[in-house]
Design a protein around this ligand. Structure first.
Ligand code: ADP
Length: 331
């Protein structure tokens, strides 16, 4: 088996009739074994629905999924033993100690007493939780609790680990710490990781390969470098002093030689240009001629945000806000 996960043509609709929401419209991808694979998309894109199907918590209307060589529809029980799942919400008992939580998890998966002890100690050590192991977990920091969630999911030595938005709610230091742990997991445990995230930097940092999901469809797939490298040139981001001048600014920028696609989001305007440094003087002059005051201007190499913009036709952050506010319905 070359791939740890193979999903093909996954379709899922919630509800019926006029209230029906099409969450997935034919999602498919393949995850090479022993890698970290990112499922990146704004809120409401369909990431959790995909994860639920792959972890047997939900069934697709159509399409197939094979995880660790097992068909999720035909052998859900065996799939559950082959995977570890870290949901967005904590899944440990806050009134029990770290060690007690791991012991209980070991019993749930039918490990022997001696194995539970050895595996528990190993994981507590690995995640830097050994000193706190005998304290009740509700007294632990958010970062420590998140690491315990991952340790619990690894207790029975799964072949595939699902991490659903693993760093949401963590402060920057705990997030960086968590990133280091996730990177280490594929090597230390030989496990394949499917990481769901709506943080562009997280996917960029951690994923060996990723798919970008938008409105229930895969819109791009590759390594972060391939995806960014597929876009020529630089991005100029102009922040207007007055969002009301968006249209005038767009016209002024479009008149500059060397300017490609332009997109706007409130007071922010993004323009693809061949060479940022060479285009910038003309672009600033055009905006000045049009009497448009600016708050800031930056030139950057393409980011995953630009990749998303290219494929989805809107900025990742505006899509994420819309998805979170529930104003977006996948059609
Ligand atoms: P993500 O994880 O990327 O934020 P989801 O998979 O949770 O996206 O949701 C995809 C779409 O399906 C969204 O439009 C969401 O509102 C809808 N959806 C998710 N779960 C349900 C549900 N249980 N009932 C109805 N609609 C749902």
């Amino acid at each position: 088996m070359q791939h740890a996960i193979e999903a093909e043509g996954l379709v899922k609709t919630y509800g019926k009739g006029t209230k029906a929401v099409r969450a997935l419209s034919g999602v498919g991808f393949a995850v090479p074994r022993g890698t970290v694979f990112g499922l990146l998309g704004p809120n409401g894109a369909g990431k959790s629905t995909t994860t639920k199907i792959l972890t047997t918590l939900s069934t697709p209307d159509s399409g197939t999924a094979v995880v660790a060589g097992l068909d999720v529809s035909r052998e859900p029980g065996r799939v559950r033993h082959a995977i570890g799942y870290v949901p967005q919400k904590p899944c440990f008992d806050p009134t029990a100690t770290g060690r007690e939580n791991l012991t209980l998890q070991g019993h749930v998966y039918g490990l022997s007493r001696s194995d539970i002890r050895a595996r528990g100690d190993q994981l507590l050590e690995r995640f830097g939780l050994a000193d706190a192991a005998d304290r009740v977990t509700k007294t632990w920091s958010g970062g420590m609790q998140r690491k315990l969630d991952v340790a619990l999911a690894l207790m029975h030595r799964p072949r595939v680990l699902f991490l659903d938005e693993p760093t949401t709610g963590l402060d920057p230091e705990a997030r960086a710490d968590m990133w280091a742990e996730i990177s280490g997991v594929t090597e230390a445990d030989g496990v394949t990781v499917l990481l769901t995230t709506h943080y562009l930097e997280e996917a960029d940092q951690l994923a060996d390969r990723l798919v970008i999901i938008d409105r229930g469809q895969v819109v791009a797939e590759g390594t972060p470098e391939e995806l960014k490298g597929g876009l020529d040139g630089d991005t100029v981001q102009v922040e207007l002093a007055d969002a009301g001048q968006q249209e005038a600014a767009r016209r002024a920028v479009a008149s500059v030689r060397g300017t490609g696609e332009i997109s706007a989001d409130g007071a922010r305007l993004h323009a693809r240009v061949g060479n940022g440094a060479a285009t910038l003087p003309g672009l600033l002059a055009a905006l000045e001629d049009a009497a448009i005051p600016l708050a800031s201007v930056t030139v950057a190499r393409p980011s995953l945000d630009d990749v998303y913009l290219r494929h989805a036709g809107r900025s990742f952050h505006s899509a994420d806000r819309a998805g979170r506010a529930g104003t977006e319905v996948a059609a």
